[in-house]
Write a protein that binds this ligand. Structure first.
Ligand code: SF4
Length: 644
């Protein structure tokens, strides 16, 4: 495990030995990143650079992205043959078809931007819709071509999602000797390792919603002006017997839709204003038995009835029929339905599933039902750390005050007795002590005191005015963001500072405007705490409005807190605080991207200076200049620092 600050040269530090090792031992090394940006940087810049430093050795590296990034020739051709089945724009499909004739990779990034947002999900590769060796397009398949390349590569650059798709399949029985999603390997480097747990969490979770279910049902069967369409219609046409089951199947599909609508309405009611509800020990079981469970049970019953009917049909097919792509596709949809039926069952038996977190959450206008493991550490320990000979984890934020304990525990690294673990912190070579001013007003209220939001509104405007814009303002809630943005916007715009806010445009476009307009300021939450790379004068000021403790009500956090409490631990010290410190370090890290950068990080949360635990946040940062005084004196210090 290595924590290395910005500018240390993490990628070169692992690439050189990894490439040398891969060549000398004829073993594959997998490098996994959280973001496509880093994946591409490694593949396009860093690996070629190291390779030439090694004397242009004969090393083969390939980049593998998630399936969804590649065109599936079979799905494209099915959609072209029957666009009405998927309600797709034929011109756009034809455009993708023409592109498929010339592209070498079939990768979405090669397509013109935004040209395929509606169509792409219907023509990209998806694991459970892939027919593998039964696919009539397997010779032209971009996924197969990419895998073939990977088989003969020394270094394979993947992302965390793809890595976990592979590791989970191996862990669940696919074994370690053969190709699964990736070719077999036992040497692994995980960069941006602080994102590993969240990538794994989403991978080991399962969810469904009315919308997703309706989409699958629409592919199976739909009716337009007395005409029937869909995979089921084709499937029924393959049956030789005189009894046509189409009407029965159409009836069940209609019932599933009704059940799903009723379940969604009931769940929306239960989630109420908060828009979220977790099934746990404190839930009112008799209320759930009267309201939610009957809907879950009838959805499950109808889904299983449908899957049984389809199974009866397909089991009677001869070998040739059974290998028809359409049969494989229907079967894979049935597997999805069985998965949904299982989630319904698990929800109804929530008391028996204490090792999982089960919740319903409003997403736009519908409810998403999710199950996720309460504790990921054992899964990660068994699927990542025990089975690989070498695992290197690197990131700019893994340790707290040089201690890896929290992160290592969360990821299952602790508790592996027979393996040697090495760790090290490598501070950034950037001149933080002269180039960064850390400011925090000692007259800032605590977030639960009245006047806190007003203070943030006033302070944000004053600080951004003092820096002349070029500011990133980080929040932990969108409500607080809107409040501060509305309060500051008019004043700042009169100074010629363009105010941007998360939600006004998509993330990458917002970031582009922010980077292009040097004096602009960006008000943002969540994902902007990391991954914003704004060097030089585009970013002179980072304002952290509130220490980033996760909001109560996050079901996973609540469940993990309860578990710690039950075991006699202190959930604040063992979970909430270290999580917040890690995120705080990420936010702080936005400022210095190059060694010549200079700027200010201002923290407007009174807890930083007034609470004992504030010290842990301060100790986790590199040494900087400080301004811990009243807001007005902070402003004076900032002006002196920026314009000296
Ligand atoms: S093998 Fe799978 S990904 Fe490739 S074209 Fe066929 S269905 Fe699509």
């Amino acid at each position: 495990m290595a924590e290395a600050g910005t500018g240390v040269g993490k990628s070169f530090a692992y690439l050189l030995p990894a490439m040398y090792f891969a060549l000398a031992n004829k073993e594959k090394v997998i490098i996994s990143t959280a973001t496509i940006t880093l994946q591409q940087q490694l593949f396009e810049k860093d690996i070629p650079l190291v390779s030439s430093a090694m004397g242009d050795v004969k090393l083969k590296s390939v980049i593998m992205k998630g399936r969804g990034n590649y065109l599936c020739m079979r799905r494209l051709n099915d959609a072209l043959a029957e666009p009405s089945l998927f309600d797709l724009d034929f011109d756009e499909l034809s455009g993708i078809y023409n592109w498929s004739k010339v592209t070498k990779t079939g990768e979405k990034t090669e397509l013109e931007k935004n040209s395929s947002e509606a169509v792409w999900p219907n023509v990209c590769s998806e694991s459970d819709l892939c027919l593998g060796t039964h696919c009539p397009w397997k010779e032209q398949c971009f996924i197969n071509a990419m895998r073939k390349e990977a088989n003969s590569a020394n270094i394979i650059v993947v992302n965390h999602h793809l890595l976990f798709a592979d590791l989970a399949a191996r862990f669940q029985g696919a074994g370690y000797e053969n190709s699964v999603v990736l070719p077999p390997f036992s040497r692994l480097i995980i960069d941006e390792a602080h994102r590993m747990e969240s990538a794994a969490t989403s991978f080991f979770s399962a969810e469904f919603s009315k919308t997703g279910l309706f989409r699958q049902l629409g592919r199976l069967y739909h009716k337009k002006r007395a005409a029937h369409f869909g995979l089921i219609v084709k499937l029924c046409a393959m049956i030789v017997s005189i009894d046509d089951p189409l009407d029965d199947i159409a009836d069940i599909i209609a019932k599933i839709k009704t059940c799903s609508e009723e379940l969604d309405e009931c769940a929306l009611d239960i989630c109420g204003q908060e828009g979220i509800y977790r099934l746990c020990g404190a839930s009112d079981e008799s209320f759930l038995k009267r309201t939610l469970f009957p809907h879950l049970k009838s959805l499950r019953r109808n889904l299983l009835e449908l899957t049984n009917i389809i199974r009866d049909i397909t089991e009677n097919f001869d070998e040739e029929q059974a290998n028809e792509p359409i049969v494989w596709e229907v079967k894979s949809i049935m597997r999805r339905f069985e998965g949904i039926a299982e989630i319904c069952d698990v929800f109804c038996k929530y008391k028996k599933h204490e090792d999982e977190v089960l919740w319903m959450e409003k997403n736009r206008k519908w409810i998403v039902f999710t199950r996720t493991p309460l504790d990921l550490a054992p899964k990660l320990r068994d699927s990542v750390f025990k089975v690989n000979k070498t695992v290197i984890c690197v990131s700019a934020t893994l340790a707290i005050n040089e201690d890896f304990g929290f992160w290592a525990n969360q990821c299952g690294i602790t508790g592996i007795d027979d393996r040697q673990t090495l760790s090290g912190c490598f501070p950034s070579p950037f001149p933080y002590s002269s180039a960064v001013l850390l400011a925090s007003p000692d007259d800032a209220p605590l977030p639960d005191e009245t006047g806190y939001q007003d203070f943030v509104n006033i302070a944000a405007e004053k600080l951004i005015s003092a820096s002349g814009g070029s500011a990133l303002v980080l929040f932990t809630s969108y409500q607080s963001l809107e409040n501060a943005y509305n309060a500051a916007k008019t004043g700042l715009q009169s100074l010629g500072i363009h105010c941007l806010k998360q939600g006004d445009d998509d993330r990458s476009r917002l970031l582009q405007i922010f980077l292009n307009e040097e004096t602009s300021c960006l008000f943002a939450t969540d994902s902007f705490w990391e991954g914003v790379d704004a060097p030089g004068d585009t970013l002179r000021l980072v304002i952290i409005c509130r220490l980033p403790f996760r909001t109560p009500g996050d079901p996973l956090l609540e469940a993990r807190r309860e578990k710690i409490e039950k075991e006699g631990g202190n959930p604040f010290l063992e979970l909430s605080l270290p999580q917040a410190v890690m995120k705080f370090k990420q936010g702080f890290g936005r400022l210095m991207r190059r060694s010549a950068d200079r700027g200010v990080v201002a923290v407007l949360d009174g807890r930083l200076l007034k609470k004992a635990y504030g010290k842990l946040f301060l100790q986790s940062l590199p040494e900087t200049m400080t301004s811990f005084c009243s807001l007005n004196n902070n402003i004076r210090d900032i002006e002196n620092f920026i314009y000296k």
